[in-house]
Design a protein around this ligand. Structure first.
Ligand code: F6P
Length: 506
């Protein structure tokens, strides 16, 4: 952190922190000020941050912090394809996949998309014979985005039935096998590095399954989605079925690249293109809006307020939409793998908290399970609610009325609380939430929703002075797992004893 950014934090720490009731009482137009829409081609998303503790003084001070932390310069670097990930010497060019970025990178992304669209079209037309199922095998960023997008958008009328398998636990793959007919199944090997052990092991077992079930040319049914096309070629995938994406697209930011192949195959190319367009509208908003008018940046201001000024160690996300049930898991990787860091971009200790733990679930289920803690527990947990005005089903309207009533009731209850003579029945209130209200869940609004979270994560990183685009924290455990597998190292007494119990050490 620069000294001047440090001074901005000092200013922020010294500000009064009025409660939510006071903020609303003082400003009858608070909703109009803190809830803004981002309009898409045919719908839009409302981002209501009025039930957070941000006030005019905090907004000003956070805007100053953004200025001193070099937000505009960092955003420019991100969106023009300059190196923004110094520890790996890379750009982070996920927006170029959505046509926003360095012109050469945008051209390359378009060319790779054309190649992907052609393969999707050819598969739909039968080039691989009848294809009814796709088993998409990947992990982390090579699974969470596709799994979320498929669950959100491909519930009705999918052109191909997609199963996303990530876990090395064979139960996951067996579940997919049970749901697929091997004669009409193709495999996607989804791995940026084309070397992740879980993915490569699962793919081998899936190939064995195809062969054991009479598919003569199992490799002929493999599509590779990767930034390491040479490795895919060497491993045996035919060049025509390798869909590359650039190294500068990070794993957890890769849905927009060929990693979105299962989405395009299930929904058809026009819907995938719409998803990219929706994300691009959010990109342009992020690129052009200033200060607190910039919704991802404003969300990051609130995130920083709770993490650094109020000591919140977690933040929760509840999707009041069954189709977005996997959103919390997706955001966990996006936010925790990006911003769960202890050193600044320059390598100095950060000194202050960085990413909170992201957790969540679906409403209304979570209300009957974990909301007790939100309302009366000792942890202050900022909450995001995500809902859609148009229901995703054709059942009686009553379902959606009850769903949305509950969503808004929770936000109102968290904020207002209720006093009682009986302490056990008292609700302290003054607990914050934000509401993200989609007009309708469509490929475009889904794309914009995910892009909003990418930019929010980036904005948080800039305000904290950390690099959101590396993830060295995942490496040590991987290395030790290899050592265990190879029997090449000795460990502490506890680990040795556990290894002996399961036969992994003698
Ligand atoms: O181990 C973490 C990680 O590198 C993630 O960042 C990534 O999304 C995931 O593994 C999968 O990596 P790959 O796409 O290279 O198989």
């Amino acid at each position: 952190m620069t000294d001047s950014a440090g001074a901005a934090w000092e200013v922020l720490r010294g500000l009064d922190k009025p409660g939510l009731a006071e903020l609303f009482a003082d400003d009858p137009k608070r909703f109009d000020r803190f809830a803004s829409r981002v309009d898409l081609a045919e719908s839009g998303i409302l981002f209501d941050w009025s039930k957070t503790h941000l006030d005019a003084a905090h907004l000003l001070a956070f805007e100053k912090l953004a200025e001193l932390a070099g937000f505009s310069e960092a955003r420019e670097k991100l969106l023009t394809g300059e190196i923004i990930n110094p520890s790996e010497g890379r750009a982070a060019e996920h927006t170029a996949q959505r046509s926003v970025g360095n012109p050469d990178s945008v051209d390359l992304a378009r060319a790779l998309h054309r190649r992907m669209a052609a393969l999707v079209d050819a598969i739909h037309k039968g080039v691989l014979g009848e294809v009814r199922h796709l088993i998409h095998i990947g992990i982390g960023g090579s699974a969470l985005g596709p799994a979320l997008a498929i669950d959100a958008l491909a519930r009705d009328g999918a052109m191909v039935d997609v199963h996303v398998v990530s876990n090395i636990d064979g139960c996951a793959l067996e579940e997919a096998f049970a749901a697929c007919d091997p004669r009409t199944t193709i495999l996607a090997v989804a791995s940026k590095t084309f070397s992740t052990i879980e993915t490569m092991t699962n793919v081998q077992s899936a190939l064995d399954w195809l062969e054991a079930n009479g598919v003569a040319d199992s490799f002929g049914r493999v599509v590779a989605l990767t930034a390491s096309p040479d490795k895919a070629l060497e491993w045996g995938v035919d060049e025509t079925r390798i869909l590359p994406f650039p190294e500068s697209v990070g794993g957890r930011y890769s849905l927009w690249s060929s990693m979105g192949f299962p989405v395009a195959l299930a929904l058809g190319w026009p819907d995938f293109a719409e998803l990219l367009d929706g994300a691009a509208i959010m990109d342009r908003h992020f690129a052009e809006a200033d200060g607190a008018a910039n919704v991802p940046l404003r969300a990051a201001f609130a995130d920083q307020y709770y993490t650094r000024l109020r000591g919140c160690q977690t933040r929760a996300v509840f999707a009041y939409d069954e189709r977005l049930a996997l959103l919390p898991a997706y955001l966990q990787q996006l936010e925790m793998e990006s911003n769960g860091k202890s050193v600044t971009v320059g390598g100095a200790p950060v000194g202050d908290p960085t990413a909170p733990i992201t957790w969540g679930g679906v409403g209304t289920d979570a209300q009957h399970a974990v909301f007790q803690l939100l309302h009366q527990g000792t942890n202050l947990v900022p909450v995001d609610f995500v809902a859609s005005i148009v229901p995703g089903h054709n059942l009686d309207d009553e379902h959606h009325r009850i769903l949305l009533s509950n969503c808004f009731a929770q936000g109102a209850a968290l904020m207002a609380g209720r006093q009682s003579d009986d302490p056990a029945r008292s609700y302290p209130g003054d607990r914050p939430c934000a509401t993200i209200l989609l007009d309708e869940l469509t490929p475009a609004s889904f794309g914009a929703l995910i892009a909003f979270h990418e930019h929010r994560t980036f904005s948080n990183a800039v305000l904290m002075g950390i690099n959101p685009f590396d993830q060295f924290g995942v490496e040590l455990g991987k290395e030790i797992a290899v050592q265990i597998d190879e029997g090449t190292a000795h460990f502490d007494a506890s680990t040795e004893a556990l290894l002996k119990l399961v036969g992994l050490a003698v």
